[in-house]
Design a binder for this molecule. Structure first.
Ligand code: ADP
Length: 218
């Protein structure tokens, strides 16, 4: 089963995608993670995208479509979770073409709805385990006092993302509303959209997503 998790920055797409990888053996395709890897590895492409990402703007369609194309041609798994892709209508069209080429079907698009105040709150309080990527939140899930990650059990360095600051976040939200939110209408019109409430405990959101996936599978 192939699905898209759609929603603004901080909606919880990455957290939920990681859970689906663990429980359903699906493969997470996060263009944000791929771009951060490229940035950290210091490649030519990494240098180009670093500045764009830090400002909270979108990287070109050409670059992200190229990244996704490469992954789709890789090994087949229990299905793909597209996380942070597509972010523009051009990317959505490209994804439809790439899926058709690979003989794959897009089974569901899950829109995670979270109100804007909560997004700002979540993102400015967010940090992740440098070892396994587990997400922490200063208010609801603080970094353990002993510095040992509750997920991987390692003594880890906890990192804040360079673009998780008030200024880039404002730009990321603007980009979302201008360029990505039209995808809600696009997938609704195609009959593929299901919206869920992204607020509440992580487990509650997990259950809402599971319900959609189980209904899609049956
Ligand atoms: P978030 O959803 O929290 O904003 P991501 O990790 O998905 O974070 O993305 C971080 C940044 O990477 C974005 O602000 C953007 O610069 C870039 N990016 C990620 N995915 C895409 C995409 N599909 N198209 C264009 N830019 C992207």
């Amino acid at each position: 089963m192939n699905i898209i998790l759609l929603g603004p920055p901080g909606a919880g797409k990455g957290t939920q995608a990681r859970h689906l990888v663990e429980t359903r053996g699906m493969t997470q395709l996060s263009t944000g993670d791929m771009l951060r890897e490229a940035k950290d590895s210091g490649t030519e492409m990494g240098k180009i995208v670093a500045d764009v990402m830090a400002k909270g703007e979108l990287v070109t369609d050409e670059i992200v479509i190229g990244l996704i194309r490469e992954k789709l041609q890789g090994e087949k798994t229990e299905g793909f979770i597209f996380d942070g892709f597509p972010r523009t209508l051009a990317q959505a069209d490209a994804l439809a073409e790439l899926m058709a080429e690979q003989g794959e079907t897009l089974n569901a698009v899950i829109e995670m709805r979270v109100d804007d105040d909560a997004l700002v709150d979540r993102i400015t309080a967010r940090s992740t385990c440098g070892n396994c990527g587990e997400v922490y939140n200063d208010h609801t899930k603080p970094i353990p006092a002993d510095g040992v990650c509750t997920n991987c059990g390692e003594k880890a360095e906890f990192k804040r993302r360079a673009d998780d600051n008030a200024e880039s976040l404002k730009q990321r939200l603007l980009e979302y509303y201008k360029k990505t939110s039209p995808l809600i209408g696009y997938y609704y019109a195609k009959g593929q959209l299901t919206a869920i409430d992204g607020l509440g405990e992580i487990d509650e959101v997990r259950a809402r997503i599971a319900e959609v996936l189980d209904a899609t599978a049956s």
